[in-house]
Design a protein around this ligand. Structure first.
Ligand code: AMP
Ligand code: GLY
Length: 423
């Protein structure tokens, strides 16, 4: 089988590594890919938003199956373009990817179908939003409706901050058109857990849980980032939590989408907050998490491509997922200054060791090839994952391996997975 992966980050590298393990896959392409993905797949210089070109490429090369890794093309309707061209593709159609593409849509869906989430109001007009905030309980959470690279969420502790927030989202359009609408949400407290799942639109199968560290600095200080590291499983995701979510959240979401005529096929990422009143949905994403995929997929025993094909063919009920009885930790190696300003183009040393060492992975996020050498090419450069007997063992190994790699301005957090010491 020929498989094409669309995307270019650490998540897509993790997807590529899993796809390459499938006995059915003879040829792997990735568009546009990166220097690390290029070691196991043929990288194709077509952008993830060039839907027609990508579909034409898949036709020409007789690609049997395409996997969309990123949110932007999914929300933009890449799956519809591929299907119209008669191609098999894994991911939600545009009318279902709206689950991630519009926070107002997802909040209204949860309200309508009684799926637990924070109380909220939606606004199209900043004047109404400001009037509402005068009486809202603090802290309060403001969310731009559309996609904003995970940055369109503001937690405001004072009324002043909230007013500033409305101005930056709805008037100054700091997140562009994503801020034409805004959701104002109740602030929740508790542990956050990421749960990824596969669904064919009827059946849903949950993967092992994970937890992300979103802030740039140790101790959850500093700015929000795409994610500085992850661990899996989350010790806070207990059997009781799972039972609750199976009953009130997972199947309910799939059924709600189907009832709305928006049958959802692909990965649903449930961002959960474990509050005192039970688990609640913080957000949905229409794809694997990045860097959650980097700790969840290496632990999956199933043939990932086979599971994805079962989703597309509507026979996920035939499949049970299985995960290794171990743990994984991923430490992101970033360029110092991320997520604000950082330099690129520095050579990376020490990558060879990963290719020879089992249970250690170095997923490329922002890398490029320059004169035959792999160089830094982004804020998040690499994700170093290690598997271990338990979370502590995996954490020790991941930090050991993080030191194998050297590049100028290398930056990482030193407390990834440290929350597990509290358990
Ligand atoms: P989102 O993109 O919706 O997941 O929001 C990004 C981050 O903001 C989440 O991972 C939480 O840490 C935080 N957040 C979002 N909504 C809330 C909320 N209602 N209460 C507390 N924190 C929140
Ligand atoms: N790591 C969070 C996300 O992928 O949205």
């Amino acid at each position: 089988m020929k498989v094409l992966i669309v995307g270019s980050g650490g998540r897509e590298h993790a997807i590529a590594v899993s796809a390459a393990k499938s006995p059915d896959v003879e040829k792997l392409y990735c568009a546009p890919g990166n220097a690390g993905i290029g070691r196991i797949a043929e990288c194709v210089p077509i952008g993830a938003m060039e839907f027609e070109k990508l579909a034409a490429f898949a036709k020409e090369q007789a690609v049997d199956f395409t996997i969309i890794g990123m949110d932007d093309p999914l929300v933009g309707g890449i799956v519809d373009v591929f299907e119209a061209a008669g191609l098999k593709v894994f991911g939600p159609r545009k009318n279902a990817a709206i689950l991630e593409g519009s926070k107002a849509f997802s909040k209204d869906l949860m309200k309508k179908y009684n799926i637990p989430t924070a109380a909220y109001e939606t606004f199209d007009d900043p004047v109404d939003a400001l009037a509402y905030l005068e009486t809202a309980k603090l802290p309060v959470v403001l969310k731009a409706d559309g996609l904003a690279l995970g940055k369109g969420v503001l937690i405001c502790n004072t009324l002043e901050e909230a007013k500033e927030g409305v101005k930056s989202i709805m008037e100054d359009k700091k997140f562009g058109a994503a801020g034409n609408r805004m959701v104002v949400e109740e602030f929740m407290t508790g542990r956050e857990v990421s749960v990824l799942s596969f669904t064919d639109g009827k059946t849903i199968r949950i993967m092992s849980s994970a937890q992300d560290h979103k802030r740039a600095k140790d101790g959850d200080q500093g700015l929000n980032t795409g994610g500085m590291g992850t661990f899996s499983p989350s010790p806070f995701y207990t059997k009781e939590v799972d039972a609750f979510c199976q009953k009130y959240i997972y199947q309910a979401t799939v059924d709600a989408m189907a009832a709305e005529g928006r049958q959802y096929v692909g990965v649903i990422f449930f961002g959960l907050m474990l509050t005192e009143d039970g688990p609640k949905v913080l957000e949905y994403n229409a794809r694997f998490g990045d860097p959650e995929a980097q700790v969840v997929l290496p632990r999956m025993k199933n043939d990932m491509v086979e599971v994805m094909r079962a989703c597309v063919e509507g026979r996920l009920d035939e499949i049970q997922l299985a995960f290794e009885d171990n743990a994984a930790v991923c430490v992101v190696l970033a360029s110092d200054g991320y997520p604000v300003a950082y330099e690129k183009g520095y050579p990376i040393e020490g990558l060879e060791r990963f290719e020879k060492t089992e249970d250690y992975y170095c997923f490329h996020a922002g890398t490029a090839l320059k004169d035959g050498k792999i160089v830094t090419n982004g804020g998040r450069v690499l994700g170093v994952t290690a598997k271990g007997a338990d979370l502590k063992d995996a954490r020790r190994k991941a930090y050991e391996a993080a030191d194998w790699v050297q590049f100028e301005n290398k930056y990482m957090r030193h407390d990834i997975g440290k929350a597990i010491d509290d358990v």
